[in-house]
Design a protein around this ligand. Structure first.
Ligand code: SAM
Length: 236
């Protein structure tokens, strides 16, 4: 038997009622993951995507790691001197990341944040657009972890936060990864073709600055997923 499946959200963009601490009650999969033995199988070292992104980034910008998970990338960016805000709707992940940052005396901060919560998305967009330096929004393996309305919320937040500058960095499993074997087993994943994601961003005013998809970009143990890297801006 594989790990528990994350229950499906309905098509509405409304928050689930009575959601505790920003985590939708129906989304216990990730909270469970970060308190399970599986967490230890996530590498501590930064992803290849993080290293690639760092070679292109504005070091003065706040790096907002959305869906930070174990914070392997967020903590690494912080060690490189970036100002980092890590976000995730799984409270255990945020607790662990906050403790890890404190242990290393890193300045990175972490907050529970849920892309399914309309009010949180709007508030974060407003907060980020007010920064002196436009932020970098970063989401590694986030897109395929989101239901459609979470993805739409991400575009909305990016449109708000990046209207004066900054960029959105994404790496995600594409539709070509749908039938592949996955090291962490099967649970909810949304496998989208790159063109679908690109169309959604462009329909909402984003401009694609970089697009590359292939195998070989994010190998992990016996997996070599087909992934896409996208960089998008929103400044008119
Ligand atoms: C596949 S993991 C990627 C973790 C990390 N970025 C990495 O590359 O190792 C997807 C992450 O997205 C988070 N996530 C999923 N849905 C979310 C939502 N609605 N709001 C915020 N985070 C979410 C999960 O809790 C999980 O940590």
């Amino acid at each position: 038997m594989g790990p528990p499946r994350a229950p499906q959200h309905g098509p509405t963009t409304q928050a689930l009622p009575e959601a505790p601490a920003g985590l939708g009650a129906a989304d216990a999969y990730w909270a469970g993951f970060y308190t399970s033995e599986q967490r230890a199988a996530v590498p501590d070292e930064p992803s290849a995507f993080a290293r690639w992104a760092a070679s292109r980034l504005d070091a003065a910008a706040l790096l907002v790691d959305i869906g930070t998970g174990t914070a392997r990338d967020a903590l690494w960016f912080s060690r490189q001197g970036y100002e980092v805000l890590g976000l995730d709707y799984a409270a255990p992940a945020i607790d662990q990341a906050s403790r890890a940052a404190a242990c290393e005396r890193l300045s990175a901060t972490f907050e529970v944040f849920d892309l399914y919560q309309v009010d949180q998305v709007g508030a974060m967009g407003m907060r980020l657009v007010g920064l002196t330096h436009s932020p970098v929004l970063y989401g590694r393996f986030l897109i395929h972890a989101l239901q459609d309305h979470g993805r739409r919320a991400l575009w909305r937040m990016a449109g708000m936060a990046l209207q004066s500058g900054g960029s959105l960095y994404l790496e995600f499993r594409t539709g070509k990864d749908a039938g592949a074997r996955h090291e962490f087993g099967e649970h909810f994943r949304k496998f989208l073709d790159t063109v679908t994601v690109v169309d959604e961003i462009e329909e909402r005013g984003g401009k694609i600055e970089y697009r590359h998809e292939d195998h070989g970009l994010a190998p992990y143990r016996g997996e070599d997923p087909h992934v896409c890297r996208l960089v998008s801006t929103w400044k008119q």
